[in-house]
Design a protein around this ligand. Structure first.
Ligand code: 7PJ
Length: 282
């Protein structure tokens, strides 16, 4: 898949590193903000350097927290968090930058700032978002979410979760194509934890190969999420092993991009998997 000037071979999973530029994200909120509320760009660049050293193939920059009960941010606030970071990464490092956003203004500004991909948890449903991505000509990840972050975990309910997620994602693919986005630029994501119970998440996880059969590369984000907490009964700072285990199981089902916090640990697991696969006949 082409991401701007970069080419990524998704036949073996790539690592997308999470870079939250938010004061309130559940796992790393606030770490890049000085006491006066100013964004500390050099500190962010130090983090990016560490993510690249760990083996990140894409950096996913997000300025809106989408955790359950998160408060919405204004477009101007999101722009002021995200755009300087996209510019700074592009100036210093040779890595594709993805921008995690739903706002058409942020999509357009990110494209101008050199972003290589758009990652939208609302699957381009905000007015103007489809058109913004079509004009930018960038790849886009369409994620399934039931409801909005503030309410999504209040009694999520499906008749057939896999069927409903597939139907939703295919409808969004059709909307993208109608807006002029090329199918080669589309990735799909079932949206683990976004309006889903543990059972819904596990059912979807077991169906990743089926989703893959829709013909689009898959992106999966399970890193440190509450489904791991629920299985292991562990707080967010003790979910790395669980996250890496799920990353490996996702990789075995043909996922193209793994969106993770623990980059180096995930890279180790992928290296082990590739070594076993390459040598199994030899
Ligand atoms: C996801 C995401 C995900 C995609 C977040 C978190 C919450 N984008 N953004 N997929 N999750 N595509 O990192 O736990 O699962 S924010």
């Amino acid at each position: 898949m082409n991401l701007g000037q970069y080419h990524l071979d998704l036949s073996s999973p790539c690592i997308m590193a999470v870079l939250n530029i938010t004061p309130d994200s559940f796992s790393d909120g606030g770490r890049f903000f000085a006491q006066n509320g100013q964004l500390d760009i050099p500190l962010v660049m130090t983090r990016v350097e560490a993510l690249l050293a760990g083996g990140a193939n894409i950096i996913d920059v997000g300025g809106e927290s989408t955790r359950p009960n998160a408060t919405p941010v204004s477009v101007s606030e999101e722009l002021s968090r995200v755009i300087p970071i996209v510019e700074a990464i592009n100036a210093r490092f040779d890595v594709p930058v993805s921008v995690d956003t739903s706002a058409p203004e942020v999509i357009a500004a990110a494209a101008r700032a050199g972003a290589a991909m758009i990652n939208d948890v609302r699957a381009l449903q905000c007015p103007g978002a489809l058109e913004a991505v079509a004009i930018a000509g960038l790849p886009v990840c369409l994620m399934h979410m039931s409801g909005e972050p503030r309410m999504m975990q209040n009694n999520p309910c499906y008749r057939d979760v896999v069927q409903e997620v597939e139907t939703f994602l295919l409808a969004r693919v059709n909307a993208c194509v109608a807006a002029g986005i090329t199918p080669e630029n589309i990735l799909l994501d079932p949206g683990f934890g976004f309006g889903k119970t543990l059972e819904h998440n596990l059912t979807l996880f077991r169906s990743l190969s089926e989703l893959r059969a829709l013909g689009f590369p898959l992106l999966v984000g399970v890193s440190r999420k509450s489904m791991i907490g629920a299985i292991l009964d562990k707080p967010v700072d003790q979910r790395m092993v669980g996250s890496v285990a799920l990353a490996m199981l996702a990789a075995q089902q043909g996922v193209g991009i793994l969106r993770v916090h623990d980059v180096a640990a995930t890279a180790d697991v992928l290296k082990i998997m590739r070594a076993v696969e390459e040598r199994k006949d030899g």
